[in-house]
Write a protein that binds this ligand. Structure first.
Ligand code: 7PJ
Length: 275
């Protein structure tokens, strides 16, 4: 199954790595490192050389407690980088944004996928994403980044995430986005306690029912909470989770550490193919 991302292919027939290019000055794990444009371009190219099948460019921090970024700041951070990266890279670029104006400008600049942690719930986002004509990734989140970790609560986290994503998928389809261009993501760490994240992870195979699922856990606090490791010490935990996600059927794993994850997934895939 090949997903057409604005003219560039993303093969969902096997597990793929999405490399994170963070252009926010305040991201929790690599904030500020790539605010220089030259460094950002070089890092993106390095991630492709290391095996990334798609590069996710973001300029709006969604870490717990983060404040909203203005439209002007977000456009200024991501659009010039996307415009310079798109002709340079063979792989598609996705834009990590919730703002319709950023979606439109990013796709015009060459982005081939819209990755929205609000699952196109902002006013105008559904219509804009549909008009952009590229695939979308819809993520589950309880609450808003600024407050989402204050008091998350679920009766049945797996059922609630599934129902939410089903609803957003239908909304996307109703807006004119073909179902096969809709990716889904449980949204680990977004309005979820450690127990919610672990329960969701343990039952990922129940949630994942198509090749259209993406999982993002790279360096996240659920790893830190289990292992007692700082952000910079979470790679081993992340590789374990990447392997589990792919075994449960996820086809895209969103990570900072591309080379290591790419190897872990190739090894996992080799064993899965021998089944
Ligand atoms: C995710 C994301 C995720 C998708 C972020 C971080 C926080 N997009 N954007 N899924 N996380 N689709 O990288 O830890 O889990 S920002």
């Amino acid at each position: 199954m090949i997903l057409d991302c604005g003219g560039k292919p993303l093969d969902l027939g096997r597990p793929q790595v999405m490399g994170i290019l963070n252009l926010t000055p305040d991201s929790f794990s690599d904030g500020g490192r790539f605010t220089d444009q030259g460094l950002a371009l070089a890092h993106a190219q390095q991630m492709v050389d290391d095996g990334a099948a798609i590069i996710d460019v973001g300029g709006e921090s969604t870490r717990p407690g983060a404040e909203d970024v203005s439209l002007e700041d977000e456009l200024a951070r991501v659009i010039p980088v996307i415009a310079r990266l798109a002709p340079l890279l063979d792989v598609p670029i996705s834009v990590d944004t919730s703002k319709p104006e950023v979606m439109r400008a990013a796709v015009d600049a060459g982005a081939g996928l819209i990755n929205d942690v609000y699952a196109l719930r902002r006013p105008g986002a559904l219509q804009t994403a549909a008009a952009c004509g590229v695939p979308v990734c819809l993520m589950h989140m309880q609450g808003e980044p600024r407050t989402m970790q204050a008091a998350p609560s679920y009766a049945d986290v797996v059922a609630e995430v599934a129902a939410f994503l089903q609803g957003r998928e239908e909304a996307a389809v109703a807006a004119g986005i073909p179902r096969e261009r809709v990716l889904l993501d449980p949204g680990f760490g977004f309005g979820k306690r450690l127990e919610d994240n672990l329960h969701l992870y343990a039952h990922l195979d129940r949630l994942i029912d198509s090749p259209r699922w993406l999982v993002g856990v790279s360096r996240k606090s659920m790893i830190g909470q289990v292992l007692g490791r700082t952000v910079g010490e979470r790679l081993s935990g992340g590789l374990a989770l990447a392997t589990l996600a792919v075994q449960a059927g996820a086809r895209i794993v969103r990570v900072h550490d591309v080379r290591e994850t790419y190897d872990a997934l190739r090894m996992t895939q080799a064993v899965m193919e021998a089944r």
